[in-house]
Design a protein around this ligand. Structure first.
Ligand SMILES: Nc1ncnc2c1ncn2[C@@H]1O[C@H](COP(=O)(O)OP(=O)(O)OP(=O)(O)O)[C@@H](O)[C@H]1O
Ligand SMILES: [Mg+2]
Length: 418
């Protein structure tokens, strides 16, 4: 069937109408809906759609009106699966069909041809939308009746596609610019967050150093001063009892124990000597050893030699994150069992800690920095950190996942921070 208007003057009026209706539309869908009624006058249809090739050239998205089909729901389908792929890849300028249900051009393995059957679309006319000689999409109208479109409709369709193409091209460019601006803003926000996190971590480590200094001053130095005075007294006295010497010896040992604890907190020596797996297992054991009522631990490492490929700063960050997860489980979870596993999942090394405790409170309000520090450290080494409810029950599950063997860590930053 030929559209209402074959008279050139009337056609021109409709084309001008389409241009006028397009003006000011800022998005694809409102644009296609704005012109549908005017197009109906010159190309009768039940369904109208504009299919736009996304900027990467591999995917396309359809914007439709008249009927709501699955085409309108897909956001970014591969061009290779589009029933109009011939037009989209530049092999055809148009496809015109009297009965799309049986026309092989639409039907091939993987073709997204479902709506043709579901909505009984018969006649279809699709025309390439071109800008500067390049295809940017396709304009289509479909009717539920057979053999509706002819050569005249084809030339009208081509004129409509030519009218729409530059407008949709501009909309696509604007959308891309908007998307790029959002991506850029996101990246900036992440960078800023990381910078702030890193600064807080540095400040906190500085405070820790000051604490260690104070501990050494107030505790160990004070003890040693007392012991030194006792030794002086013993040296001055003529009758030294075994008991007095034993007391000095015991105090010296206590002081050495305190000193060892302070040093242990400052440098994870097992980590340096025996590596990450051993250091984590050792820390898990030490952190849970003195818990009243007992706390069971299960440790497994099936990562083989994967950990050996990680660089020093990544290893230290992983250790610190795991250390905090263990501390939190021990101090806050009220749990009976802590399970810790290190394993390789595809290209990722995963450290998984799970407790069977009370779980995270619904809103975490604390003065603590532990969780924030874990997140910052994970970001600095490019690891994924997820803290959620344990699958096995009410407890908490902490998963740290790091792609191997590349590490994205800025070695200098991490070294400064550790
Ligand atoms: N495994 C866990 N089970 C239950 N609650 C937890 C667990 N881990 C963390 N929490 C809760 O989250 C809060 C925040 O933890 P975070 O590590 O940030 O701080 P903190 O442990 O209180 O202090 P800090 O780590 O600075 O010593 C904790 O106070 C606790 O209420
Ligand atoms: Mg904590």
């Amino acid at each position: 069937m030929v559209g209402d208007s074959t008279d050139p003057e009337q056609l021109l009026r409709h084309f001008l109408g389409i241009s006028r209706l397009l003006a000011g539309q800022l998005d694809y869908l409102p644009a296609i809906r704005a012109v549908a009624a005017e197009v109906q006058q010159i190309l009768p249809h039940d369904h109208l759609d504009v299919c736009i090739i996304l900027i990467n050239g591999k995917y396309h998205t359809a914007y439709e009106t008249g009927l709501s089909t699955d085409w309108g729901l897909i956001d970014g389908a591969p061009i290779s699966k589009g029933p109009l792929r011939k037009i989209l890849i530049g092999q055809a300028d148009y496809i015109m069909s009297d009965d799309a249900g049986v026309d092989p051009v639409y039907h091939f393995k993987g073709s997204l041809d479902g709506p043709i059957f579901k909505h009984s679309l018969k006649s279809r006319l699709s025309v390439a939308m071109k800008v500067n000689g390049g295809v940017i999409g396709a304009f289509s109208c479909s009717s539920k009746r057979e053999a509706v479109y002819n050569e005249h409709d084809l030339s009208v369709g081509q004129a409509v596609a030519d009218l729409l193409a530059p407008y949709f091209y501009a909309l696509r460019a604007a959308q891309q610019a908007k998307r790029s601006a959002i991506i850029e803003a996101d990246a900036k926000a992440r960078e800023e967050g990381l910078r702030l996190g890193a600064r807080t971590l540095t400040e906190q480590l500085e405070r820790e150093r000051q604490n260690i200094g104070m501990d050494l001053h107030d505790q160990t130095l004070a003890d040693l001063t007392r012991i030194s005075r006792q030794v002086e007294r013993i040296a001055d006295s003529r009758n030294v009892s075994q008991e007095e010497v034993a007391i000095v010896g015991k105090r010296l040992q206590e002081s050495m124990k305190d000193l060892r604890l302070i040093i242990e907190q400052a440098t994870p020596s097992v980590l340096q000597l025996f590596g990450l797996s051993q250091a984590i297992e050792d820390y898990l054991e030490r952190a849970t050893r003195h818990i009243e009522g007992g706390l069971k631990t299960r440790f497994s490492d099936t990562s083989g030699s994967a950990l050996e490929h990680l660089n020093e700063s990544v290893v230290l960050a992983l250790f610190r994150i795991t250390q905090e997860a263990i501390n939190n489980a021990v101090h806050h979870a009220g749990c009976q069992v802590i399970q810790l596993s290190i394993r390789v999942d595809g290209d990722f090394i995963t450290v998984h800690l799970e407790d069977d405790g009370r779980g995270l409170p619904s809103s975490v309000r604390s003065q603590g920095r532990g969780l924030d520090n874990m997140a910052t450290r994970a970001q600095l080494i490019g690891a994924q950190l997820s803290i959620s409810q344990a699958q096995s029950g009410t407890g908490t599950s902490v998963v740290i996942s790091l792609e191997m063997p590349k590490s994205h860590v800025d070695t200098n930053t991490e070294r400064r921070l550790s």
